[in-house]
Write a protein that binds this ligand. Structure first.
Ligand code: FE2
Length: 198
């Protein structure tokens, strides 16, 4: 059966977020990849006797989006750090749409920071809604609750405590968000947006 393969990321020394935190976090990412593969494999086996295994099949399907989106969310998170911090090119299509949507990059960033401080574990996400040609933002609980149908994830900040508690303590959540955004390679994000627009 076809397997999901873990991706690799070139993450340099970061502002505020330690190499140890990134290493541990990458292990958690690998766990999502492994479990996404595990669920698919188990479902394949259980489907040999669907009636007998109906309850197990249902529960595995219920959990699949948690594992799958956990894998994909982290790929967006880590790849946005790859290559080190770089500003958003002013002439990029993403920069133009941000200004069109929010009037300025600064106002856009304020919105992202506001979402990121939502109470609970989950993700602050910026989306591209292809059908409307507009940017949207939302909070995603856990890994999979609150995804916007048909939208492409352009950027995502992991707001599970494992992302920041070792470096910032629970009270340092806001500083973690500031530092994550300062570490983002916006050229990668702009490129991801261009791919989504195609
Ligand atoms: Fe995470």
């Amino acid at each position: 059966m076809k397997q999901f393969e873990p991706k690799t990321f070139e993450i340099p020394e970061l502002k505020g977020i330690s190499a140890k935190t990134i290493d541990e976090h990458l292990k958690l990412y690998a766990g999502y990849v492994k479990n996404a593969n595990f669920v698919v494999e188990q479902l394949s086996n259980l489907h040999r006797e669907t009636e007998k295994n109906a309850y197990l099949i249902g529960e595995l399907f219920r959990r699949f989006s948690f594992e799958y989106n956990g894998m994909r969310n982290h790929e967006i998170y880590f790849s946005s750090l790859s290559g080190g911090p770089k500003p958003l090119p002013a002439d990029s299509a993403l920069a133009r749409l941000i200004v069109e949507t929010c009037n300025s990059f600064e106002i856009f960033m304020m919105g992202i920071k506001s979402i990121a401080t939502t109470r609970g574990i989950g993700w602050a996400v910026m989306w591209y809604d292809k059908s409307e040609n507009r940017l949207l933002a939302s909070w995603v609980d856990e890994q999979h609750l609150g995804q916007l149908n048909g939208c492409d994830m352009i950027m995502a900040i992991d707001m599970w405590e494992h992302s920041y508690v070792a470096d910032y303590q629970p009270s340092g959540k806001k500083q973690y968000v500031e530092d994550y955004l300062a570490n983002v390679n916006w050229e990668v994000v702009a490129k991801r947006f261009e791919e989504a627009v195609k």
